[in-house]
Ligand binder design. Structure first.
Ligand code: TNX
Length: 559
């Protein structure tokens, strides 16, 4: 029977397959019938709709092989009309800017959005409504390609829907950043946060401080297996950096998809790569190489005018490259040991009238924030910047635990919810013995699927900071730290499909998520990832012979 009738060859068969969109739109109503993407189809757009229309053109041309020109008037041809009311009025981050309406009828498709960002989100929804094989890099479908008739009205729950990639621990090629932007766009994410500097490598060209990349972008070798196992070193140099032109290209590529690239320069800790290049910026006057192992190091910036000048020079380059209204200054894991041991640091703290050296990080943060404010930008810091007090306008990336979100909100700070227990994709995806080497932890997709990123009582004033109005949850962000994810292959394995569940958390309402759990809607999505060649982790777990990382986890009994 199945051999006689291959139903999947008939377009009308596909219409009866329920659409499985990730993330779930706000509302979907499906109808019978389909719109044919044929050789005479045109895309109608003018003015502020043109950029999204051309994006759609590229998607559909690749999917079908038909040219589908972008024209001002359909002139009777079957048409996809992209209508955008005007230019952007609600600057990022704004959910209103991302609203869209998509209506697919048998004779006509309409995308309508008030602002350009909304129309680009609709294009990504159209991508998911195509058969999965239409996502391949060239047309392979032999049957006519159709879109199912339906109406979607959509708007995200959160304005900040991010993915952080650590390109410092392991340098990731520029081409991979572009691919990741495409994959993020497919999931209607809108932030790529690049962790550009850390102890193990400096990845940002700064012309006035050339040794940052000449020396700081390279390490002699890398620890084998997990750092805590002390298995020795690989003896292989590792490194790389992005030129200013590379990063401008990444920003422009992202901007065309209404994705904001948020740069992070991690200060005043996590700076071994900078200190290897310019030891005079440190507290001890000794030269240490770029770190070859992973963890938290004591070497940090000295609280000097020279260190401030360094930071300002770096941030001046950063604001020239990146159009993000937010600049991440790191601020995590900054031990005070060196400041405590340094007479100069203690003297500086006294001179500044600080109660102790532990307040020097607060002072650094305030200086960075002030400088960036002059450039019209706001700082973001990891939640440690709250210790000793953070500038009022600083946004807090909550990472150590979700509970910190409520405190940061109560103190008046806007918050990005990024806690280890819910969105650290560098954690193990299961406790199974065949998982490739990861950093630690256990974060199954099911946990992500259930997590609600809004604290129960955000204005519960726990720390006496009652004089300010509570901050807002800007949104959610997944983290991909790359200590144990050396190449794009391992990064994709850690990211997918868990990132789909993060995207759903960031976009969809809790009601929709509960009614149609993402865990039950992955099958079609995985065929999309297959078509795109994504090295995702199979939901049933890794093949027992697979060694997807830097070594099979099974060899090391750390779960
Ligand atoms: C903590 S998250 C760090 C990173 C590590 C990560 C590993 C954060 C702000 N700091 O330096 O890569 O844990 O999960």
């Amino acid at each position: 029977m199945l051999q006689l009738y291959n139903w999947s060859r008939f377009p009308w068969y596909r219409q009866s397959v329920p659409v499985e969109l990730i993330p779930l739109p706000l509302s979907v109503s499906e109808r019978q019938g389909s719109f044919l993407l044929g050789p005479t189809t045109v895309i109608v757009a003018t003015g502020p709709a043109l950029a999204s229309a051309w994006l759609l053109h590229d998607v559909l041309h690749t999917a079908t092989g038909h040219a589908m020109p972008v024209v001002p008037d359909a002139a009777g041809a079957p048409a996809i009309t992209v209508l955008v009311d005007g230019e952007t009025t609600d600057a990022f981050p704004s959910t209103a800017a991302e609203r869209y309406h998509l209506a697919i009828n048998e004779d006509h498709v309409t995308i309508h959005a008030a602002q350009p960002a909304g129309a680009t989100r609709a294009v990504q929804t159209v991508r998911q409504l195509l058969p999965a094989d239409a996502l391949r890099a060239a047309p392979v479908l032999t049957e006519p390609v159709t879109l199912p008739c339906l109406t979607i009205d959509d708007e995200p729950r959160f304005a900040w829907r991010g993915l952080m990639l650590d390109v410092a621990r392991h340098f990731q090629p520029k081409e991979f950043l572009l691919r990741l932007i495409d994959l993020a766009a497919l999931h209607r994410l809108n932030v790529l946060h690049l962790h550009l500097t850390d102890d193990q490598g400096w990845r940002l060209e700064v012309p006035s401080w050339p040794k940052l990349t000449q020396i700081g972008a390279w390490r002699s070798e890398t620890v084998l297996g997990h750092a805590r196992d002390q298995l020795g070193f690989d003896g292989t140099p590792h490194g790389g950096y992005y030129t200013i032109a590379d990063l401008k290209e990444v920003v422009a590529y992202a901007r065309a998809r209404h994705i904001t690239v948020v740069p992070e320069v991690d200060l005043p800790g996590h700076v071994r790569s900078a200190l290897a290049a310019y030891p005079e910026l440190g507290n001890t006057g000794t030269t240490q190489p770029v770190a070859t192992t992973f963890g938290v190091f004591e070497q940090i910036l000295a609280p000097t005018d020279e260190a401030l000048r360094f930071a300002r020079d770096v941030f001046d380059v950063v604001v020239d490259i990146f159009d993000s209204p937010f600049i991440h200054i790191g601020g995590d894991e900054c031990p005070r040991t060196e400041w405590q041991q340094s007479a100069a640091a203690r003297a500086r703290a006294d001179e500044l009238g600080l109660p102790g050296v532990e307040f020097l990080q607060s002072w650094f943060t305030a200086q960075f924030a002030q400088h960036l404010r002059q450039h019209g930008r706001r700082v973001i810091g990891w939640d440690e910047i709250l210790d000793g007090g953070a500038p009022d306008d600083a946004v807090i990336s909550v990472w150590r635990e979700f509970g910190i979100a409520a405190k940061a909100l109560a103190a008046g700070h806007d918050v990005i919810v990024a806690p280890q227990e819910a969105v650290y994709l560098d954690f193990y995806a299961s406790p199974g013995p065949a998982e490739p080497l990861h950093i630690h932890g256990n974060l199954p997709l099911e946990t992500i699927a259930e997590f609600d990123p809004v604290p129960a009582s955000p204005d519960d004033r726990t720390d006496g900071a009652g004089h300010r109005a509570p901050g807002a949850v800007l949104g959610v962000q997944a983290q991909l730290w790359t200590e144990y994810l050396p190449t794009p292959r391992e990064v994709e394995y850690a990211a997918f499909p868990r990132l789909a569940a993060v995207a759903e958390m960031a976009w969809a309402s809790m009601d929709n998520r509960r009614a149609q759990p993402v865990t039950e809607r992955l099958t079609t999505h995985l065929t999309r990832l297959d078509a795109l060649g994504v090295n995702y982790r199979p939901p049933a777990g890794p093949h027992p012979w697979q060694s997807g990382g830097t070594g099979a986890r099974a060899r090391f009994d750390h779960r």
